[in-house]
Ligand binder design. Sequence first.
Ligand code: HEM
Length: 536
Amino acid sequence: IRYHNETRPSPVYRQLSEFLHEHPKPIGVFTRQTGDPMDIRDTVTMNTNILDNKNFFIETSNLVRERIPERIVHAKGYGAFGYFEVTHDVSQYTKADVFNGIGKKTPLVGRFSTAIENLGGSDLLRETRALALKMYTKEGNLDFLSLHVPIFLYNEPLDFIRFVHAMKRNPRTNLFDNAMRWDFFNLKPQFLHTILWLLSDFGLPAGYRRMDVFPIHVYEIYNKHGERYFVKFNFRTTLGLSNLTNAQAAALNLESPDSFNIDLYNAIAEKKYPSWRLEMDILTKEDLKKVDYDPFDLTRLWKRGTYRTVTIGRIVFNANVDNAFKDIEQLALSPDNLVPGILGPHDEVFKSRRISYPDAQNYRLGGNHLNIQVNAPLYDKTYNRDGMPPVRGNMKYAPNYYPNSFHGPMPYVDEARPTEMLKILHSNAIDLQPLNEFYNEIVDTDAHRQRIADNLAETMINLPAGLLKRSIYVLTLIDIGLGRRVRNALQVLKHVDQEARRNQIAECIANVNEASMRPRNKLQKTYLLPYSHGRN
Ligand code: HEM
């Protein structure tokens, strides 16, 4: 290939030249969508009767229908194909075929994304990142949707809607709005646990390839004898964790807001295949009764020393997609896509997700989205029929009702599947202890604590006075030192702000009375908000 640049450009910039190289001649005759060859005179309409040009309407109407709704969350993303390989024997924990048989490989597709940005936004903001996988196993599709922070924001399913509205754009200004966000966080301070992670040194990964990701929920799994285990899965990057500073992210953003997308494409094109070790943290049914914390609470970590961890295998991405719309935009991932041996989580958030994802995809991709090539399993024989395209084979002339006596598909019996179902009762008390522990124990240097405070202050500097005061109050409740650091950081920032804002901020900073607040020590870190009514 001849490139114009002396230095060879990276694979993303060579894509078209490579196509040219692979196809020394045009790939065929240009046709209309109906297949009839296009006369060169029909490729223009000027000075002709436009209605005589059949192609004019078809091309235009195709273009104006190109967009489909972007995902309500995780709109910005990119993905690749690869495989999962079993590296360890975990048959004592799960009978899932995909996890059994060392060396067995299962094809998969994965989509990396940022949670809040719109399609076309930046890869480099401080927000939750994700890797969602679909493994095409012999027993059906197995999807894992994982985030790069090991805890989730909330336990109340309806908080999804409220959180998404608070995080997305202000309906009038059309801008992301820190006042909306801080108002919401103050009223629901448990959300601040994830926010602290995101504003810490762990918050901004140096590309999709260098982050660990977590499905977070506790999954019930079972082996062929029907013995049950409760596990959290973790995907650990084999490249090692690496994160960006704000300055590094700003510099990369200037280079390209699509830096993570570029990095992933280039790495795979250059055969530096990104991979993750899949492991699981395990509690037995007996352990569940013994642990002194709620293992099903999505907003906190399992305590070290209470569980054991085993490795299952690894995922590897070794092929870029041919067409991003076909394979990534049309991808429909759902945490409810599970296989025998993995019964799934039982918490309320998970139950709500069983519904939300297919519902979102019915809207985004249509009722037959599971028939789209990238979503179709290796094998399926169902009694679903017809509807809006695509319908694939539509089960041809097989019986379309169940039960039937004419050898239509028959169910099987999973004798190992547990018969009793765990029921989880959640507490809606707000516990700030995990946030305090994150700030004081997981974050282990003062310099790091200072960076968190500085990042918090950046998001707070333009808050209206009342909201600023409440925000400082909540941060002080989490940890007095954190509140103090944020107040100092705001003091520094206020010098670069306008006169009026300066005075407002100075007043808020001066008015926080630490003495009037409850001491936050290890034993007394829980408080109830008025709306929790002390239920549960
Ligand atoms: C009440 C809780 C939640 C609800 C209602 C919810 C709902 C949704 C919806 C509607 C989408 C867009 C789906 C689409 O259009 O294809 C989505 C995407 C996603 N969600 Fe959630 N979600 C929740 C919690 C979570 C949690 C706990 C995780 C991870 C642990 C998660 C990870 C993801 C990921 C990775 C995507 C992007 C999938 C993709 O790349 O296509 N979500 N979520």
